[in-house]
Design a protein around this ligand. Sequence first.
Ligand code: NAD
Ligand code: ZN
Ligand code: ZN
Length: 344
Amino acid sequence: MRAVRMTAPGVLELTEVPTPEAGPGEVLLRVGAVGACHSDLHILDAAAGMFPTPITLGHEIAGTVETAGPGVEGWSSGDRAAVYGIIGCGRCRACLRGEENRCRVTPVGGIGLSRDGGLAEYVVVPASRLLHVGDMDLTQAAPLTDAGLTPYHAVELARPRLRPGTTCVVIGIGGLGHMAVQILLATTAVRIVAVDTSVAALDLAGRLGAHHVVQAGPDAVEKIRDLVGPPPDGADVVLDFVGAQPTLDTARQVVATGGQLLLVGLAGGTLPVRPVADEPPTVPLETDVVVPFWGTRAELHEVVALARDGRLHADVQTFPLAEAPEAYEALRRGDIHGRAVIVP
Ligand code: NAD
Ligand code: ZN
Ligand code: ZN
């Protein structure tokens, strides 16, 4: 079968590999769609040894069951499913609570991260990772598994602060951010301030229903403070879906005293946390800093329900498998709006 693999650090190639077979408890899934997540670019850019090579990337997968391996119950050929990408150890305290995204044994284990992923015609996944999606378009189902799930989980963590009338600043309206805006609108009554460098991303945020849009730049802090109030007031919640130095610096300067700052993006910035008495604090007093990771299977079930009810819709640009490397280059250049989805 054809597969797009990271053959060495930084190298993404279309290759031919043997079609895998489902082992006990696994299914062979015919990939219907796989989202191109910005994290794949971070994986490609990571130092040698951080991720196994060669590996088929792609951790945002939806498809159709081709064959079920020995011992699999409840799934048969033709069933359509979204894939929960995390594979925790299943035995630690976090996994036993259903919080595999907090596994204390294999913290970033997953499909397309520590074993072959979905940028291929077929992928083998443990049957326990599948969720039914009914007749949903698979190019819609795939982005739910990360671009939908990760912001949903972040919003869950922030939910006690997302009271009606509060303000949430969303930085980075790309694959994750454009889903975050919809999740906030569907599940809270907060005022949304969307921030991005790209005018096209801000247009998308506005069309989706964000109440204010601010173009990121040297005066972003000032413009956001005009909307959320100057310190010690500010935004009740800030969701940073970029995580670069300029966005973290913006986030910490616009979050309210007693607010919450959720750092989802992995662009390599550092958040200084320095409580001192004789200078303005780097992060306001009583502010929570959270570093969310992906989400739980139960949350993915809720994300799929929102989408099946028509309240969550990914803005997708599709590419054939052979053009996956070009899709990732476009993502790197900032030329993808919403989510690029590869259709093998
Ligand atoms: P994306 O490329 O689709 O979107 C990023 C958006 O940020 C784009 O709209 C871009 O214009 C905007 N942006 C870039 N630099 C900016 C800046 N300085 N100021 C304001 N906006 C800026 O990426 P994505 O797939 O949505 O992923 C976003 C980030 O989240 C990535 O770093 C990714 O690795 C990370 N991620 C984290 C998790 C997690 O569990 N923590 C899960 C998935 C993705
Ligand atoms: Zn991802
Ligand atoms: Zn575990």
